[in-house]
Design a protein around this ligand. Structure first.
Ligand SMILES: Nc1ncnc2c1ncn2[C@@H]1O[C@H](COP(=O)(O)OP(=O)(O)OP(=O)(O)O)[C@@H](O)[C@H]1O
Ligand SMILES: [Mg+2]
Length: 246
């Protein structure tokens, strides 16, 4: 089932319009990246898709089982092992107890952490912690996975590896993924479609389809990255000139 946003607007109490009549349809199994300057409303958009925030105007149609969320910070419970953190998510989701241990193993394998389930968060690297957080999001077993800058705090090599794993995971699970990032190259590497949001208020400024052919062509990727970076810089400069803090 798709996610549909129809003329969605958002205003927090006492603020100007944060998101202005945003419409798009995200098909089941699509991988979308959302790019935009800090403060343009990306997290707010994910919160609305997750049902944590109601739009001020317009409507959203989201699959009945809702969406799983993954944040920049893994937020694992420090006194529980990686496996126990995942198991807790299964328990909270009502997953049958008898099958939980096997499912935890499966999820750990899926994020290539089959060997590390017994470790506590402080015994894991940042990349490993994010993979546990990813497994925990997958434990919620929703069709839609919302990811809010999940790899922003990681070094480039770890991030590269996680990109590879996330693409594989997306291909094998058929999840619908909405991935928020500031990183243009990350968006090109991962998504089938990129939405670039404007700021103050957030609207869809540009949409780009990314084909596998483009992804395999470094020169075209670099040209698109330059183009998107220019669009983002221009957008940011517009607001700096008009004195709106981002
Ligand atoms: N609870 C809130 N109450 C009032 N204003 C808010 C609230 N949450 C966010 N905002 C404002 O709404 C705008 C969009 O915030 P949001 O967090 O969605 O942006 P973002 O694109 O995710 O930014 P970043 O890239 O920095 O994470 C900002 O101007 C922010 O100050
Ligand atoms: Mg944000």
């Amino acid at each position: 089932m798709s996610v549909e946003l129809h003329e969605v607007s958002l205003r927090y109490p006492g603020t100007d319009l944060v998101i202005d009549r945003l419409s798009t349809r995200i098909d089941q199994g699509e991988f979308i990246a959302v790019l935009g300057a800090s403060g343009c409303g990306k997290s707010s958009l994910l919160n609305m898709i997750a049902g944590l925030l109601q739009p001020s105007d317009g409507w959203l149609d989201v699959p009945a089982d809702g969406a799983a969320f993954m944040f920049q910070d893994a937020n694992l419970l420090p006194w529980l092992s990686a496996a126990q953190n995942i198991e807790l998510a299964l328990k909270l989701g009502g997953f049958p107890e008898a099958q939980r241990a096997a499912r935890v193993e499966q999820l750990l394998e899926l994020v290539q952490l089959g060997h590390a389930g017994h470790r506590k968060p402080h015994e894991l690297s940042g990349g490993m912690r994010q993979r546990v957080a990813l497994a925990r999001s997958l434990a919620q077993d929703r069709q839609v996975l919302l990811m809010d800058e999940p790899f922003a705090a990681l070094d480039a090599i770890t991030r590269d590896m996680l990109h590879e794993q996330l693409r594989q995971l997306w291909e094998s699970t058929g999840k619908t993924i909405v991935f928020v990032t500031h990183n243009v190259r990350e968006a090109i590497r991962l998504a089938g479609r990129i939405l670039v949001l404007s700021s103050h208020p957030g609207r869809i400024l540009e949409t780009r389809q990314i084909t596998d052919g483009l992804r395999r062509d470094p020169a075209r990727c670099a040209a698109l990255a330059d183009e998107l970076t220019t669009i983002l810089r221009k957008e940011q400069a517009k607001h700096e000139r008009s004195g709106i803090a981002t």
